[in-house]
Design a binder for this molecule. Structure first.
Ligand SMILES: *[C@@H]1O[C@H](CO)[C@@H](O)[C@H](O)[C@H]1NC(C)=O
Ligand SMILES: [Zn+2]
Length: 376
């Protein structure tokens, strides 16, 4: 088995123009395909991580990576700060941001407009964090093989900066029919998650700059490039974090936060497969405590969004989507993923989730759980 993986890695490395890709479609199960076949797999609903660049990761694919077990809050402690902030959620602003973000012809990670949209997003982040520009850093992660960079916004923890809490979403969009030619407004996928995190960050900066409050742990917002290419941007980010031995203690992904199929049955979907159970329990607590709508447990398969890059590198992660997976937006990856199909009030519920998680985890004293093996 090990030799097989080695030969696979060696043959991929030997290809002159990298025309074959190694995709992990299930934990430990890889297939080799050409680029166009990646998109036909996606059209069939098969998700994957493109591990072509990361032979180390698919080399160890036979076993799931070890994700450390942290204790997460079992009850909320910061309602006094969090709940009053909800009045400030500005759905008009979110609408304007999404209108601008979807006006780029496509945010396909290899396209010029995908690069332009990243520049716009970066400028928006500079503006949002400007009241605390000496404390927030904005880093562009260049991916070398394609032009659209990922963006990391960070504020260092005041007591335990080594503990990093991450709120994630992806900035790229894609038309799965002809990615380089056809338009991809990507309003829900994942413009909605992007503006959800923008609004949460705006409220967060507002609170910090007016009260002097600072998180004990480092808090980061990640805007990944190339999720649609097989989690490429987030894989670059988290493999780098793992190599630097950074300690991400929680990652929460927002991917598709705006579509409500049945307004009589509005809810959010808590993803229970390939996520970290303890963290997911915490996320459920946040939903019960701070949202007006309930959650439904649901599954989306292997590598269905960027949280997969976190767990693949041994970091705990969770994912909350707009609804039960079967009831989520069917117009994505096409010209029909437009803003008029979305509910900004629903997105506002996701903003509550992010704001609630940020304050509760930003000040949480993270401790590793005692390992089972030592009990005997
Ligand atoms: C950022 O702020 C400047 C100055 O107010 C403004 O001109 C610019 O349009 C803003 N950029 C974005 C992306 O909102
Ligand atoms: Zn997508």
């Amino acid at each position: 088995m090990k030799l097989g993986y080695f030969l696979l890695a060696a043959s991929v490395a030997a290809l002159p123009f990298d025309r074959l890709h190694v995709l992990e479609v299930e934990s430990g199960k890889t297939v080799m395909v050409r680029e166009t076949e990646k998109w036909s797999l996606k059209r069939k609903g098969v998700n994957f991580m493109d591990l072509t660049k990361f032979p180390k990761l698919f080399g160890s694919g036979e076993v799931d990576p070890v994700v450390p077990l942290y204790d997460y809050p079992k009850e909320t402690q910061n309602g006094d700060i969090i709940t009053p902030l909800f009045k400030g959620i500005d759905t008009g602003l979110m609408h304007d941001n999404l209108a601008k973000f979807t006006s780029f012809y496509t945010r396909y990670y290899k396209s010029e407009t995908g690069y332009q949209s990243a520049l716009w997003l970066s400028e928006k982040l500079t503006n949002i964090t400007s009241p605390l520009k000496d404390e927030f850093t904005i880093e562009h992660v260049d991916h070398v093989e394609w032009k659209q960079f990922s963006i990391i916004v960070s504020i260092k923890g005041s007591e335990t900066p080594e503990h990093i809490v991450v709120m994630g979403s992806h900035q790229d969009s894609m038309n799965l029919l002809l990615p380089s030619i056809l338009a991809a407004p990507g309003a829900d996928d994942d413009g909605s998650g992007t503006v959800t995190n923008l609004e949460a960050l705006r409220l967060y900066v507002g609170h910090l700059s007016t009260t002097g409050y600072r998180p004990k742990n480092t808090v980061e917002f990640h805007f990944y490039s190339a999720e649609e290419g097989g989690l490429l941007g987030s894989l670059d980010v988290f493999t780098k974090y793992a190599a630097l031995e950074k300690k991400v203690v929680a990652m929460l992904q927002q991917d598709m936060t705006g579509y409500v199929k049945d307004p009589e049955d509005e809810h959010v979907g808590v993803i229970t497969d390939y996520t970290t159970p303890g963290l997911t329990d915490f996320v459920k607590l946040i939903i019960q405590k701070y949202l007006d709508i309930p959650y439904v447990e649901t599954q989306c398969g292997y590598a269905c969004s960027d949280h997969g890059s976190a767990t693949k590198n041994g970091f705990p992660a969770s994912f909350v989507i707009e609804s039960e997976f079967d009831k989520s937006n069917r117009y994505i990856h096409s010209t029909m993923d437009t803003l008029d199909r979305l509910s900004f009030d629903h997105m506002a519920q996701h903003v509550r989730l992010v704001v609630g998680s940020l304050f509760e985890l930003g000040n949480w004293d993270f401790k590793l759980q005692e390992k089972k093996q030592t009990d005997k």
